[in-house]
Design a protein around this ligand. Structure first.
Ligand SMILES: Cc1ncc(COP(=O)(O)O)c(C=O)c1O
Length: 359
């Protein structure tokens, strides 16, 4: 029986490149012709250490990371970073920008550790814009930002002027566009959108910042312990790291971050154009805040919403439902999503518009 081609717009764990999935499957059955599965080899074996080393090197190369930064692979998801950051670096006060649910969760965790100051919030308009009208105080330990608000579909386009270290949650847009890593003292990202599968969290941290971290903490909470042990203080998420390596290899093979940025810009432009053109849909967020990765839009009424959901499902569109907090639709168009899938969604929206009119 033939199966409808699936177009995976899920927000995360998100789409991975087909060749990555094939290699990942092969690694489970027979890793590098060792006769063993990647799932059953020691994390201290030479074979796995090569995987970890290569993954770290690829992250450094693809993001052009300066030499005074470390790349760590930790567990616990981005949510663990919500507490690790303040545990390590909040001494007197930390500044946060409330740009959405994930940023707010980071604030809530920091409040359990010490004083926080929320510099700005876009809650007044259901997080449909990126707050920019604020001044970063010079006396805070760090400023925490979220570069892409996955639930609402807003993305930061520039950084505020800051004399304090910037910590950024890049879970849903890391590797999607070039960044200047030197602008940040700490970047973290759950892998499960643009890097690989769930289970690994990438942390990129500047040595100078790391050296200022609090020390009286449980070992697993200390970035310094993870850094000293090359992400091997405890058993790392080996398989997730392996698939991150395959994803990084794939990204490099197609031209790296600058090349994927162009494709991502093309995909986003095509989809936003259709949302703006199609009388049955509207974009959810302020135009200047539109995300390249998370395209959030709504139907003009509930009848259109219900019927389009069904039409999209029948056309093989997967994971298009908006987050339960924002409703509507969300097309996550991560790196591995081909232009052809975005075109398929656009065709589906156009066909739906024609049929809906004629009903
Ligand atoms: C921007 C952002 N930060 C944090 C998280 C939480 O990530 P995790 O589930 O890995 O803890 C998510 C999850 O979607 C996210 O999109």
């Amino acid at each position: 029986m033939s199966q409808t081609i699936k177009h995976n717009f899920g927000a995360g764990p998100g789409i991975l490149a087909p060749q990555v999935l094939q290699q990942a499957a092969q690694g489970i059955l027979n890793f590098n012709n060792t006769g063993l599965s990647i799932l059953e080899i020691s994390h201290r074996s030479k074979s796995f250490l090569q995987v970890l080393d290569e993954t770290v090197l690829l992250v450094k190369e693809l993001l052009n990371i300066p030499g005074n930064y470390q790349v760590l692979f930790l567990s616990g998801g981005a949510s663990m970073q919500f507490t690790m950051v303040p545990q390590n670096f909040l001494k007197t006060k930390a500044a946060y920008v409330a740009s959405g649910v994930w940023a707010n969760k980071a604030i809530a965790e920091a409040q359990l550790i010490g004083h926080t100051q929320t510099l700005a919030s876009s809650a007044d308009k259901n997080y449909s814009y990126i707050p920019t009208n604020y001044t970063v105080p010079a006396d805070v330990d760090y400023l925490h930002l979220c570069s892409n608000n996955t639930i609402y579909g807003t993305q930061m386009k520039s950084l505020p002027n800051s004399t304090v270290p910037i910590v950024c949650d890049m879970s849903s847009d890391i590797f999607s566009k070039t960044i200047n890593v030197a602008d940040y003292d700490l970047i973290y990202a759950g892998a499960q959108k643009n890097m690989g599968p769930a289970g690994a969290t990438c942390v990129i941290i500047k040595n100078e910042f790391l050296s200022k971290a609090n020390t009286h903490l449980p070992s697993m909470m200390r970035y310094a312990i993870h850094a000293e042990n090359g992400s091997m203080y405890n058993t790392p998420p080996c398989y997730a790291i392996y698939v991150c390596m395959l994803t990084m290899q794939w990204l490099k093979s197609i031209g790296g971050v600058a090349a994927i940025q162009k494709t991502n810009e093309t995909k986003a432009a095509l989809l936003y154009q259709e949302i703006d053109r199609n009388a049955l849909f509207t974009g959810n967020v302020q135009v200047d805040a539109r995300s390249l990765m998370s395209v959030c839009f709504s139907a003009i009424n509930t009848d259109v919403e219900t019927k389009f959901k069904l039409a999209a499902e029948q056309a093989g569109m997967v994971g298009l439902a908006g987050h339960r907090l924002s409703g509507g639709f969300r097309a996550s168009i991560y790196n591995a999503m081909p232009v052809s899938s975005v075109e398929a969604l656009i065709t589906c929206m156009q066909q739906f518009e024609n049929n809906y009119k004629s009903n």
